[in-house]
Write a protein that binds this ligand. Structure first.
Ligand code: HEM
Ligand SMILES: N#Cc1ccc(COc2ccc(/C=C/c3ccc(C(F)(F)[C@](O)(Cn4cnnn4)c4ccc(F)cc4F)nc3)cc2)cc1
Length: 490
């Protein structure tokens, strides 16, 4: 038996363990057990031993853990490989993933992001002018309407992501059959698949059929482009020009599967985050007007109209930026980051052991769980931790310094560009270390362009208040069915 294992959270039923209380409300579960056992403790999730290490030092232990100790691919491959496809992300050794992340980053260049702003604004205006959800906006008489927020944001997210990142064949291919294919693929992206990668269930079969179809869909696009020698500025075009260190170019399958991974990544995170942002804006009309006034300051013209959005202009909108930061502080799409423990991990005494000899050891075979979001809503760290107040980011309050604090700006490069070494910041919605997100800039462009465009045209009101968080899916979603009221401005 392993010596000095962290304390085990009390539970009544073997195998089920703490699945229900953790699965229903992970943050409540973390705060409750931190109070009982301290920042390091183990709980049972469907028969697996999950060891949590909370706080900046816990994040550092897990997110900056050595490759010999912690493995992301061992934790995630059962969930992601059947959905993304083989030979990419968690189906390859970490060194190959680092190269694949470098390739994707090269496709998210500043000049591409600049072009994407106008395309996303255009898609958003088309959506307002055409989608049934905004018929009150389209009609001249009644200018007040309401819409199913998360559903509308899911549609707008895939329209804008396919127009920019995915490319015009995907954008033009967004018909019912694509929606069905995506829906079946997404049905395989559930926490259940973490635990049971393959069950003889219809949903698993639909996932596998959809993955094959999606892979062929992208494969056809790539083959046609190679034949036509077309020159697009999207991710597919970029990936077609990439070669690994050993000189080998990416093959069509790898490109197709990376595109599926990026589609899934962007879809879940952006649809959830834009929905949460709109609900909070609807609950605080004064913030909506502050964002609108900022648009007038940044883009207003003498004739009273607003100039088209630009990347540089958006990057000067600090209130809009703070709305997104505050949304991600309260609603990080990924609440738990997992790794499989490959060799015993000695826990530094600073992380909660009374003295050296009884420092904890996390045994091989456990999973480790990092919850960066716990620090971001920790009442011990933030005044009014629960409140949505973007002003905390614009004024030079202690919170802003707190969140910006990183280990003296030290950077490290794992092969896909220099990133801050620090995990001391209590605000890490994009993770840290070798597995840190590379979609942050694209996400900000997509979210800020959509929100700026909607605020220019509408005011919002969440009459039911901000919905409860639904933790039962892979990404934290607003309680299904929540609606949002709007009024057309001019
Ligand atoms: C608000 C939007 C987003 C948030 C909050 C977010 C969050 C995260 C987090 C927390 C991680 C670390 C996961 C881990 O350590 O296990 C991550 C990794 C990653 N994300 Fe994102 N993400 C966002 C959008 C995107 C987008 C739009 C893309 C692609 C275009 C993307 C692609 C990736 C990739 C490729 C990784 C690397 C996974 C690894 O190295 O293991 N993300 N993201
Ligand atoms: N019974 C039960 C029961 C059990 C448990 C629970 C709740 O327990 C948990 C525990 C952990 C988690 C973790 C979320 C998680 C992790 C990884 C990924 C990912 F890999 F997929 C991603 O990082 C996603 N991503 C990154 N950036 N954008 N998207 C990614 C990476 C690269 C890539 F290219 C594409 C990607 F999209 N996705 C989600 C969620 C719920 C409830 C009920």
């Amino acid at each position: 038996k392993s010596r000095n294992s962290p304390p085990l959270v009390f539970h009544m039923v073997p195998f089920i363990g703490s699945t229900i209380s953790y699965g229903m409300d992970p943050y409540k579960f973390m705060f409750t057990n931190r109070a009982k056992y301290g920042p390091v403790f183990t709980f049972i999730l469907l028969g697996r031993r999950m060891t949590v290490a909370l706080g900046p030092r816990g994040n550092d232990l897990i997110l900056n853990g050595k490759l010999s100790q912690v493995s992301a691919e061992d934790a995630y491959t059962h969930l992601t490989t059947p959905v993304f496809g083989k030979d990419v992300v968690y189906d390859v050794p970490n060194s190959v993933l680092m190269e694949q992340k470098k390739f994707v980053k090269s496709g998210l260049s500043a000049e591409n992001l600049k072009m994407y702003v106008e395309m996303i604004a255009d898609e958003t205006m088309q959506f307002l002018n055409r989608d049934a959800a905004f018929e009150a906006y389209q009609s001249r008489e009644n200018r007040v309407g309401d819409f199913h927020c998360f559903q509308a944001m899911s549609e707008l997210t895939i329209l804008t992501a396919s127009r920019t990142l995915q490319g015009k064949e995907v954008r033009d291919g967004l018909d019912k059959s694509f929606a069905d294919m995506y829906h079946d693929l997404d049905g395989g992206f559930t926490p259940l698949n973490f635990m049971f990668p393959n069950l003889p269930l219809p949903s698993y079969r639909r996932r596998d059929v959809a993955q094959q179809k999606m892979s062929d869909f992208y494969g056809d696009i790539i083959r046609r482009r190679r034949a036509d020698g077309s020159h697009e500025h999207d991710m597919i075009a970029s990936l077609m020009e990439c070669t690994y260190k050993d000189g080998r170019a990416l093959n069509d399958r790898e490109i197709a599967h990376i595109m599926i991974a990026l589609l899934m990544a962007g879809q879940h995170t952006s649809s959830a985050t834009s929905s949460w942002a709109l609900f909070h804006l609807g609950a605080q009309p004064d913030v909506v007007e502050a964002v609108y006034d900022e648009q007038v300051r940044q883009f207003g013209r003498d004739d009273g109209t607003l100039a088209p959005l630009t990347l540089d202009g958006l990057r000067s909108c600090s209130i809009l930026d703070s709305v997104i930061r505050e949304t991600l502080r309260l609603h990080p799409p990924i609440h738990s980051i997992l790794r499989k423990v490959r060799t015993d991990i000695p826990v530094p005494t600073s992380l909660s052991a009374p003295s050296e000899q009884d420092a904890y050891v996390i045994p091989q075979g456990h999973y480790v769980v990092a919850c960066p979001g716990v620090s971001a809503v920790d009442p011990l760290l933030w005044s009014d931790a629960e409140a949505f107040s973007p002003s905390r980011w614009t004024t030079h309050s202690s919170e802003k310094e707190l969140a910006e604090k990183d280990d003296k700006g030290e950077t490290v490069d794992y092969g896909f560009g220099a990133i801050s070494k620090g995990t001391s910041s209590p605000y890490q919605p994009f993770g840290a270390g070798r597995h840190r997100c590379i979609g942050e800039q694209f996400a900000y462009v997509q979210l800020s362009t959509i929100i700026a465009t909607l605020v220019r045209e509408l005011t919002f009101e969440s009459r039911g208040g901000v919905p409860a968080q639904d933790y039962t899916s892979m990404i934290v979603l607003p309680q299904p069915g929540s609606r949002l009221h709007y009024r057309r401005r001019q």
